[in-house]
Write a protein that binds this ligand. Structure first.
Ligand SMILES: [Ca+2]
Ligand SMILES: [Ca+2]
Length: 390
């Protein structure tokens, strides 16, 4: 049967139909309907976003922790860079890959370190161990450099200490008598001025470094450490680089090897055992400094990042620096301040030393901080160097 429908082109109608006029009631109803439709769409979108967030929060919970300083911070696993060295390691150095880490030590008593914060550092090369007497001797032989401890002191630097004779000196640990009470807040009871003490005569003019070639060099000031690093084509680590390296890729652990001080009863670090400063039981095998590498390295292959001798860092020291420091590659404040010696510039030291125990110093624990005046060394202060990737 033939269709009765006409082709549209064949339509005979002329003008298109005009708009149909709505009554006022119909127009109002239409507006209400449109408004409800928009609100409905908004509600559905908001619901979807809320639902997605709730699902993500359930699947990937966003955790925070409150630190000893009272600050609430994100609590997540820091992201480490891939451990791919950019080339062949310079002699005696290892690659530290860089990445994120939580910097500081979360304890109410460590006011300069307990503003825990997430920091990122780029990768760098680092000396496997503290600079040794043997290495430092090569620097002296090549350059004729004179360390701060060997220089004649200036009277203007010692106006508050009129009894000091003006002769070169350094500060040496001296075990005090056990017969009288010791105030652990006053280090002058065991850190004594010793004339003639310097890197090559660590206990004074009658002492020697012969036989101690692999021991860390001591009695080096910050100036001396910087001079050595420059000669070696290296530099001192920033405080953040140093702490990142010491952690060996572990997240917020107390020591470079983990959270347990003596895993399986074994000492992993050269510190002080017994009653400080009068009784050293030498459970770890060493009364003073140990030859570098006497204890196991951390996961990056770095030795003695905890204990043995303190290590100078590049940064100036300020106790409140962590309250407002950059998140990426922080380099320390512009000036230093040592509360013990106002007017002098103080730089960061890290890692603690053979004089630290669980009741005194305690700064072999990762994330804790030390400091020293830039021209001063001592019998328990040394350093190591780092080098940029390029
Ligand atoms: Ca020891
Ligand atoms: Ca050390």
């Amino acid at each position: 049967m033939k269709s009765q429908r006409k082709h549209p082109a064949a339509s005979t109608s002329s003008a298109p139909p005009g708009p149909i006029a709505l009554t006022a009631r119909q127009a109002a109803r239409r507006k209400v309907f449109l408004l409800a439709k928009v609100l409905g769409v908004v509600a559905v979108v908001a619901g979807l976003i809320f639902g997605a967030n709730a699902l993500a929060g359930w699947m990937f919970p966003h955790k925070t922790i409150k630190t000893a300083s009272g600050r609430e911070i994100d609590d997540r696993e820091p992201k480490l860079n891939p451990n791919t060295p950019p080339g062949k390691a310079p002699e005696g150095m290892v690659w530290v890959p860089g990445g994120e880490f939580y910097m500081g030590f979360d304890h109410e008593e460590f006011l300069d370190a307990n503003e825990i914060h997430l920091v990122y550092v780029d990768g760098f090369w680092m000396d496997r161990h503290e600079v040794t007497n043997e290495q430092f001797a090569k620097f002296i032989a090549a350059t004729g450099y004179v360390t701060d401890a060997e220089k004649q002191p200036k009277r203007e630097d010692f106006v508050r200490e009129p009894l000091y004779e003006l002769k070169p000196f350094s500060i040496v640990f001296e075990k005090p008598s056990a017969n009288k009470p010791i105030d652990l807040r006053d280090f002058r009871a065991w850190m004594k001025l010793r004339y003639g003490a310097c890197w090559k005569y660590p206990e004074g003019p009658s002492s020697t470094i012969t036989g101690r070639e692999k021991y860390p060099v001591v009695h080096v000031s910050h100036n001396d450490a910087v001079a050595y690093c420059q000669w070696a084509g290296k530099r001192l680590a920033t405080e953040a680089e140093w702490e990142f390296a010491a952690r060996g890729g572990l997240d917020r652990q107390a020591f470079p090897w983990g959270d347990e001080l003596k895993p399986e009863g074994k000492w992993m670090v050269n510190v002080w055992q017994g009653r400080f400063p009068t009784d050293n039981t030498k459970e770890d095998g060493f009364e003073g400094a140990a030859p570098v590498g006497s204890f196991p390295p951390n996961a990056y292959g770095l030795y003695d990042m905890s204990g043995n001798v303190w290590e100078w860092c590049a940064d100036w020291y300020q106790a409140d620096y962590y309250r407002n420091s950059p998140e990426r590659n922080p380099k320390g404040p512009d000036t230093g301040f040592d509360f013990r010696e106002p007017g002098s510039g103080s730089r960061v030291q890290r890692g603690g030393s053979f004089l630290c125990s669980d009741v005194y110093c305690v700064r072999y624990v990762l994330g804790t901080r030390g400091q020293g005046e830039v021209t001063s060394g001592a019998s328990h202060v040394g350093f190591r160097c780092v080098k940029d990737a390029k």
